[in-house]
Design a protein around this ligand. Sequence first.
Ligand code: 5AD
Ligand code: SF4
Ligand code: FES
Length: 328
Amino acid sequence: MTRDEIIEQLAVKDPAALFAEADRVRKENVGDAVHLRGLIEFSNVCGKDCLYCGLRRSNRHVGRYRMEVDEIYATARQAVALGYKSVVMQSGESCQYPTDDMCRLVARIKSDLNLAVTLSIGEKTRAEYAALKDAGADRFLLRFETSSEKLFGELKPDSSYEERMRCLGWLRELGYQVGSGIMVGLPGQTLAMIADDILLMKKLDLDMIGIGPFIANPQTPLEGSSCGTLDLTLRTLAVIRIVTRNTHLPATTAMGSIDKQGRQKALKCGANVLMPNVTPTKYRAQYQLYPGKICIEDKPGDCFLCISGMVKMLGRTIADDPGHSLKR
Ligand code: 5AD
Ligand code: SF4
Ligand code: FES
């Protein structure tokens, strides 16, 4: 699709045909199996001050936590007990964990638990990414959030777009399966910008792409801004599926948080991945990037039952392999 065609689809009056085509492309390229990635939100400490995010360092309303390495390991073991073949370890940025400790943890999870390990811990040096890869990390998620350099600069005052792109390049060179993505409906974001985001995703030849609606957080400077809609998020997802063919695309927690059926709808217009939360319940309320986040009172087993029921209701199956990239 050209840029103009993408913009046209993002604005199309009735998206039914777009969604049907995305569902067809999903089935043809990645099949009916849904991959589950157990999400471990292991620390909400963050050194950055992104305007949209509840974990930003200036937010005094959050009680900060950092799980001990042994507790993270035990949580990964619980993911295995629930049948998950992969985990995503996520935290705020500029972590307090020495890289050596993280490497030992990753190596232990890899050797004892045989899980595919995805890291989502923000910008690091090339040497740190290399050490974590050597320790056994398979994948890395680092959303570029928006391809508009101007908007990026406004929303992430202590990051640079150039550095973000450099990080994504390093991750690729080092042999990670690379995931990135955006928020839909950011203040100041236009359909043309989203079209450019999608073309950049294609150019980066991403293995995984995560997107979600922007949800205004009252504990941040973007309090009172209008939120992204599920409708535009699903259109964006559908176009990404059609343009990128065999990428792994999650039905994200943010989609499920702005609409009770958000994830189910996403699975019907391009998505093939779900990320059940396995974080211990006592931490969940403190890991709120945005208000209204689902699952904060649930236990890992509740999310497993909820998500396996969802997959069954949709007539899909749960994949029994780790769901590595289909691109390489
Ligand atoms: N609304 C929606 N998504 C958000 N994220 C952070 N803050 C918000 C918000 N207020 C997303 C960002 C980040 C990911 C982990 O969560 O895209 O990369
Ligand atoms: Fe920190 Fe990430 Fe939130 Fe930015 S989006 S404030 S880097 S946790
Ligand atoms: Fe957590 Fe539904 S996925 S309760």
